[in-house]
Design a binder for this molecule. Structure first.
Ligand code: SF4
Length: 692
C-alpha cells in the first residue's frame, strides 16, 4: 500500500456491485477512493472479511473524467451544460406537456436496482403520485422478475427463503443457470468451502461454468427446456417413493394434480428434449432425496426464458416435494444480480403491479392506504413492464420516458429496436452518473451521485437490509436520486419534504409491513435485519416459512408446469443456440468497470465461447475474429475455443457496447408471465473471417 493509514478517512459501507451484500471499510483520501479493506466482521454478517475484485478495487469510475457533474440539456441535437433550475424546468415542461396533451399513462418510468432503497421508493412514489401512472418498472424485469412472479404463487414472497447460514451449511446444492464464481464470487467461495467439507453439489447447466468443476455431478442441458429435467427429477423422486409425504400433507396443496401431470416427464422424454441422460437424472434425484437438507439455487439461466416463471415454479415444486423449505440448511435461493435488485428492484415497489412490499396495486384496500398517504388518486390497473413500455412506444402509445440509472439502450433485447424507440420519444429524461449510450438519446440529462457518495440502504439476496454510507462528497453538481426526484415533485406542486434518506425509510416502514421495523437508527446501532421485520422490536427473519407459507391458507402451492419450448428454435439456417451472461471482471453494460484500466486489460473486448468440435467444423481457431449472426443482427467478436459450451451452443458476454450482444436478441420473445426477455436462447450461426 502506498498510503499511510492515519491519513485516510474510513467509512463502513455496503458494496455497490452485486447482491451478495458484502460490507467493508472504504478508505478514501481527498475525495478519492483508495480501496476497500475488511471492516469489523460484526458489521459484515454476510462476508466477514472477504471481498472480490470488484468490491475491493473497482472505484476509478467514481472519479473518472467523464463523470456527469452538471445537468445537460439538448439543443439542436447537441448537449450543453445547464443549471439545475433550467434542467428541472425542462423536465417539468416535457413530462407535464405529455400528461396534458395525452395522459399520465403516455409516460413510462424506469427505476434503478443500482440505487438505494430510498431512491427507488422515491421513484415509485414519484410515478404514482406526481405523474399518476403505474408504468414504473426496473431492470429486475430483465433478470429475476420470473423468480418473483413464481415464488409469489408457490410460497408467497418473491425472495430467497434461506439465510446465509443455510447456504453455508446445507448438505446439498442443486445449482442451475448460475455462473456463481464469476457473478457472485464471495458466495461461491462459501459454497466451495462447504462442498470441500463434504456437502454434495449437483450442477445442471448448458455451459460447464467454473463452479461445475467443484460439483459431484455436472450435467449438460439443452437451453430452453428446463421444465423437462426439473419435472423429471420430481417425477423420479415421487415414482421411487423418495418424497417427503408428511411435509407434503401438512404444508402443501395440489400434490395429486402435480403427480398426475408429472407422468409425462419420463426419463426418455427428459433425455429427448433436454439432453439429460436417464442415469444422470436418476443420480441427481437420488442425491437430492438422500440429503438431510438441500438448497435449490439458480440465477438467470433459469429465468431469462419465455418459460422462466414456469422454470422457477418447477424448482419450487421439487423443493416442496422433498420437504426442503423452512428448515435449517434447506430452501429456495435465487442469487440476485445487481447490488440492490432485491430491495430497490422489488421490495420498494418500482413495479407496475406492486406498491412497496409486494402489495398489489389492484387491491382496493391497499391502494386506498397509499392514496391516503400520498393524498392523490392512483390508477387501479397495473402498468406496463419495461419490455412492454418499449413495445408500447413503438405503437405510439407511450410518448415519454424517465430513465434512472439504467442503460436500456444496451440492456434491452433487440438494441436496434430499443435505440429507435428512445430516439423517437417526444421527451426523454435520463438520470445517471455517466453519459451512457441511453443518455445520448435524452433531451435532458440529470447528474446523480454514485453509491460511494450516497446515504441509504441496499437489500441483499438474503433479505439483509444494510446501510450504504457517503464516503466522499458528491462530485461537482451531482445530487442523490431521491433529492432530484424530490426537487421535481415540488416543482410539480407536491409537498415532498424529506430531509434525508433516513426519513424516507421511516415512511417506507410505515407503509410496508415487511419493512415495518427497519430504520437507519436500528441499523446504525448494529442490528442485523432481514425482512420480514414487522416492528421496532422484531429481530427480522433469517429463514422464511419455518411455520407457514405466506399464502391465504398458510400452505404452499404445487403448480403443474410445462412441457414447453423456447421461442427461437434453431434450424438449418441458424443451427446453434446462443446464451449470454457475465464475466467476473466486468459488470453489466460496463459503465462502471470499463473505466478500470486493470480490469480492461484482463477482459477488454467481447468474445464468443465455442466448443472445439464446433470451431473445427466451422474452420475457426482460437483468437480469430468471427461474426455471430442471428435472425436479428450480427456482431463481430473474437473466438474463444473452450469446452465450456456444448457442441450446439455458444456463449457471448453482455458487457460491451461495440459488439452489443443484444443486437442479436429479440424484443418480442418474452416470458409469458413476467415479460422477461429470452436472453438465454437465440438461434445463431458463426461466420469465420473478418468480412463486414
Ligand atoms: Fe461486492 Fe459481490 Fe464482490 Fe461481495 S461478491 S465484494 S457484494 S461484487
Amino acid at each position: 500500500s502506498d498510503y499511510r493509514l492515519q491519513d485516510v478517512d474510513v467509512t463502513d459501507t455496503t458494496c455497490g456491485y452485486c447482491a451478495v451484500g458484502c460490507r467493508f471499510d472504504l478508505h478514501t483520501k481527498d475525495g478519492e477512493v483508495l480501496g476497500a479493506r475488511p471492516t469489523d466482521p460484526e458489521k459484515a454478517p454476510i462476508n466477514g472479511i472477504s471481498t472480490c475484485v470488484k468490491g475491493k478495487f473497482s472505484y476509478n469510475y467514481v472519479n473518472s473524467d467523464d463523470r456527469l457533474t452538471e445537468p445537460l440539456v439538448k439543443e439542436n441535437g447537441e448537449f450543453r451544460e445547464a443549471s439545475w433550475d433550467e434542467a428541472l424546468s425542462r423536465v417539468v415542461d416535457g413530462l407535464g406537456g405529455i400528461i396534458e396533451e395525452d395522459s399520465p399513462d403516455a409516460l413510462g418510468l424506469i427505476s434503478s436496482s443500482k440505487a438505494t432503497n430510498e431512491d427507488n421508493y422515491a421513484m415509485q412514489r414519484f410515478a404514482r403520485e406526481v405523474i399518476g401512472t403505474n408504468n414504473v418498472d426496473n431492470c429486475n424485469r430483465l433478470c429475476h422478475a420470473p423468480t418473483v412472479a413464481a415464488l409469489k404463487q408457490t410460497v408467497g414472497y418473491g425472495a430467497a427463503s434461506v439465510g446465509v447460514e443455510d447456504l453455508e451449511n446445507t448438505d446439498c446444492y442443486l445449482l442451475s443457470g448460475s455462473n456463481t464464481t464469476e457473478a457472485h464470487p464471495v458466495l461461491a467461495t462459501r459454497i466451495k468451502q462447504n462442498v470441500a467439507d463434504g456437502a454434495d453439489m449437483v450442477v445442471f447447466d448448458p455451459r460447464k461454468v467454473q463452479i461445475a468443476e467443484y460439483a459431484d455431478q455436472y450435467t449438460r442441458t439443452e437451453p430452453g427446456y428446463d421444465t423437462a429435467w426439473i419435472n423429471g427429477l420430481t417425477r423420479y423422486i415421487i415414482a421411487n417413493d423418495l418424497h417427503d409425504e408428511a411435509f407434503i400433507d401438512e404444508r402443501t396443496d395440489g400434490f395429486d394434480e402435480l403427480k398426475e401431470h408429472l407422468d409425462q416427464f419420463t426419463p426418455e422424454y427428459v433425455e429427448r428434449v433436454s439432453g439429460v441422460p436417464p442415469e444422470e437424472l436418476a443420480s441427481a434425484a437420488e442425491t437430492i432425496a438422500a440429503a438431510d437438507s438441500c438448497c435449490f439455487c439458480w440465477t438467470l439461466g433459469l429465468t431469462e426464458h419465455t418459460n422462466g416463471t414456469e422454470n422457477v415454479i418447477s424448482m419450487s415444486n421439487l423443493a416442496l416435494v422433498t420437504g426442503n423449505i423452512g428448515k435449517p440448511g434447506a430452501g429456495l435461493s435465487p442469487f440476485r444480480g445487481q447490488n440492490n435488485v432485491q430491495g430497490g428492484g422489488g421490495d420498494m415497489g418500482p413495479l407496475p403491479n406492486n406498491f412497496p412490499g409486494y402489495q398489489p396495486v389492484t387491491d382496493d384496500e391497499i391502494r386506498e392506504k397509499f392514496e391516503a398517504a400520498y393524498d392523490t388518486e392512483i390508477p387501479s390497473e397495473e402498468g406496463w413492464r419495461t419490455t412492454e413500455q418499449f413495445l408500447a412506444a413503438d405503437r405510439g402509445d407511450l410518448r415519454g420516458m424517465y430513465i434512472m440509472g439504467e442503460n436500456a439502450s444496451l440492456s434491452e433485447p433487440g438494441v436496434d429496436h430499443a435505440q429507435e424507440v428512445l430516439d423517437d420519444l417526444d421527451f426523454l429524461v435520463v438520470q445517471d452518473i455517466f453519459l451512457t449510450e441511453t443518455a445520448e438519446h435524452a433531451d435532458v440529462v440529470l447528474p446523480a451521485t454514485t453509491a460511494v457518495e450516497s446515504n441509504g440502504t441496499f437489500t441483499s439476496s438474503s433479505r439483509h437490509v444494510q446501510l450504504v454510507k457517503r464516503a466522499i462528497e458528491p462530485k461537482g453538481n451531482t445530487r442523490g436520486d431521491w433529492a432530484i426526484l424530490q426537487a421535481l415533485a415540488r416543482r410539480f406542486g407536491h409537498d415532498w419534504d424529506f430531509a434525508s434518506p433516513s426519513e424516507i425509510m421511516d415512511e417506507i416502514a410505515e407503509l410496508t409491513p415487511i419493512y415495518g421495523g427497519i430504520s437507519h437508527e436500528r441499523l446504525e446501532n448494529g442490528a442485523e435485519l432481514q425482512w420480514p421485520c414487522w416492528n421496532d422490536d422484531h429481530p427480522g427473519t433469517t429463514r422464511l416459512y419455518e411455520e407457514e407459507f405466506n399464502t391465504a391458507d398458510g400452505k404452499a402451492s404445487l403448480i403443474p408446469t410445462g412441457p414447453n419450448e423456447p421461442a427461437d428454435i434453431s434450424d438449418d439456417e441458424f443451427p446453434l443456440t446462443m446464451t449470454t451472461g457475465r464475466v467476473l471482471y466486468q459488470y453489466h453494460t460496463g459503465t462502471m468497470t470499463h473505466r478500470e484500466e486493470g480490469i480492461m486489460s484482463y477482459v477488454g473486448e467481447d468474445f464468443v465461447e465455442i466448443n472445439p468440435e464446433t470451431a473445427a467444423n466451422a474452420g475457426i481457431e482460437n483468437g480469430d475474429y468471427v461474426r455471430v449472426e442471428s435472425r436479428h443482427g450480427t456482431i463481430r467478436v473474437t473466438a474463444q475455443v473452450t469446452e465450456r459450451p456444448g457442441t450446439d451452443t455458444v456463449f457471448v458476454p453482455m458487457h460491451f457496447a461495440e459488439s452489443a450482444v443484444n443486437t442479436l436478441t429479440d424484443e418480442e420473445n418474452l416470458d409469458t408471465a413476467a415479460r422477461t426477455p429470452e436472453y438465454k436462447v437465440t438461434s445463431v450461426r458463426l461466420r469465420p473471417g473478418e468480412e463486414s
